[in-house]
Write a protein that binds this ligand. Structure first.
Ligand code: FE
Length: 209
């Protein structure tokens, strides 16, 4: 039956993901790479945490809660993240009542070949995100999952060539300097790094402060 001319399909309840690439980030990325590798070598508490929790590679997630206080480099990154988060909050039409998104947690990830990070959400936060310092060819995307997936008990699967906004899983392949922000409840995962090199990134959470 042909669609009546008065029919209208509206996209409701969109899930917004904020993406940008920081221009001229070469020097910043070089310095962040050195800093991340130094942490991976020297942070023995962090390395113990990774071993205990089966994290391949290194993350400072379980050991260092004060990166921006330790180094002006991370403080600069924090300021940049908060500027972009403020823009994102505006696009989300949040009524912040005088507050603003504040980055309260930041951690470094050094993900080697064969490393991955299974599906998860970020608790105790409103916005989360990742800044990519290095992203070697083949190190793979970050994959976001439709937050309504668990409700789709009888829904047919989507076709292979489904347009991006209607897909159940959406991949985003970062480049060095990519900054991606999302609402913290959005489930995501990092599939296997198939590159012969480490991918270095900085992840973070923001609260309303
Ligand atoms: Fe995450």
């Amino acid at each position: 039956m042909p669609k009546p001319s008065s029919a209208h399909i509206e996209a409701l309840f969109p899930t917004l993901v904020y993406r940008t690439v920081i221009e001229g980030a070469g020097r910043l990325n070089h310095d962040l790479e050195q800093a991340a590798l130094a942490l991976a070598e020297n942070d023995t508490a962090g390395r113990r945490w990774c071993e205990k929790h089966g994290y391949s590679g290194y993350t400072s997630y379980g050991s260092l809660a004060d990166l921006p206080d330790r180094s002006p480099l991370f403080a600069r990154l924090k300021r940049g993240i908060e500027r972009h988060a403020a823009r994102f909050a505006k696009e989300l039409h949040w009524d912040l009542r005088g507050g603003k998104p504040v980055c309260d947690t930041m951690w470094v990830n050094v993900l080697p070949e064969g490393g991955s990070h299974s599906s998860h959400i970020h608790t105790n936060a409103v916005l989360s995100g990742t800044y990519y310092v290095t992203s070697p060819e083949g190190s793979g995307p970050i994959v976001f999952e439709d937050p309504r997936h668990g409700l789709m008990m009888a829904a047919p699967p989507r076709k292979a060539q489904t347009p991006r906004p209607l897909r159940t899983y959406v991949s985003e392949t970062p480049v060095p300097g990519s900054l991606i922000l999302w609402e913290s409840w959005l489930r995501h995962e990092v599939p296997l790094n198939r590159a012969r090199a480490e991918r270095i990134s900085v992840s973070f959470n923001l609260v309303i402060g």
